[in-house]
Ligand binder design. Structure first.
Ligand code: ZN
Length: 236
């Protein structure tokens, strides 16, 4: 894994558990947060080869994993990290065309199944709730979904328009997602969003406790100045 425990000689912690090979640090972090009970559930797009390892890991950890009946045919965004996909087209899981499986992982089977059902129904509010996102951010997502569908589905523009200040805590830096660094997994309704700030802070604490080397490298990437679409933010 990345700055992970395996090479760091921390094999003494608990029973041996094969860390599943995931495509990105952000996926690795989300799995860690669900495992630690800090995040109720996650949805991620993986590769077919990653599925057996991930399933085995979840079984061993007592986590519930449900696979979607659809898979994602990725509309490639050249140069972007493949572990973070803003936009793709869902095709049936048994379609012969290549695609990437969508998995839902939660601490209990009911939540994982409900998350899958919510996605099947296109119920974004329910998905947001099950994924643990703040209600203000769920509302924001719903309000901007139509216009974001025309673009890259990043929600960054409306978020920036709602953000009044120029300096923010580094944990709110979601601009580094494409460099595979973030401790928030939804686009906040604003960089001023208090529930998102608390959540991001809590997540970083857990990463620091569980995987200090990873936390350090993410931390370094989140700090600094970001210029985007005429906006400039300093993350400290
Ligand atoms: Zn919010």
């Amino acid at each position: 894994m990345h700055a992970g425990t395996d090479e760091q000689g921390q094999a003494q912690e608990e029973a041996p558990e094969p860390s599943p090979k995931l495509g990105s640090r952000m996926q690795h972090i989300q799995l860690l947060l669900v495992k630690q009970g800090a995040k109720p559930a996650l949805r991620m797009v993986i590769s077919e080869e990653q599925l057996p390892g991930l399933s085995g890991f979840c079984r061993q950890q007592g986590l519930a994993l449900v696979t979607s009946g659809r898979k994602v045919k990725v509309l490639g965004i050249p140069g972007k990290n493949e572990g973070y996909v803003d936009k793709g087209v869902a095709i049936p899981r048994d379609d012969p065309a290549p695609g990437r499986p969508i998995v839902f992982i939660a601490q209990d089977m009911n939540t994982a199944v409900a998350l899958k059902a919510a996605e099947d129904l296109g119920n974004h509010d329910e998905m947001g709730r099950l994924l643990g996102y703040p209600s203000c951010c769920i509302r924001f997502f719903g309000e901007h979904l139509e216009d974001q569908r025309e673009g890259d589905l990043s929600f960054l523009r409306p978020m920036m328009l709602a953000s009044a200040k120029t300096t923010y805590p580094k944990t709110m830096n979601i601009f580094a997602r494409h460099q595979d660094a973030a401790v928030l997994f939804h686009c906040p309704c604003s960089l001023d969003c208090a529930p998102s700030q608390r959540m991001a802070q809590q997540y970083l604490h857990i990463i620091e406790e569980q995987e200090p080397a990873l936390a350090e490298s993410i931390d370094a990437q989140l700090q600094g100045t970001v210029e985007q679409d005429g906006h400039s933010y300093r993350f400290v």
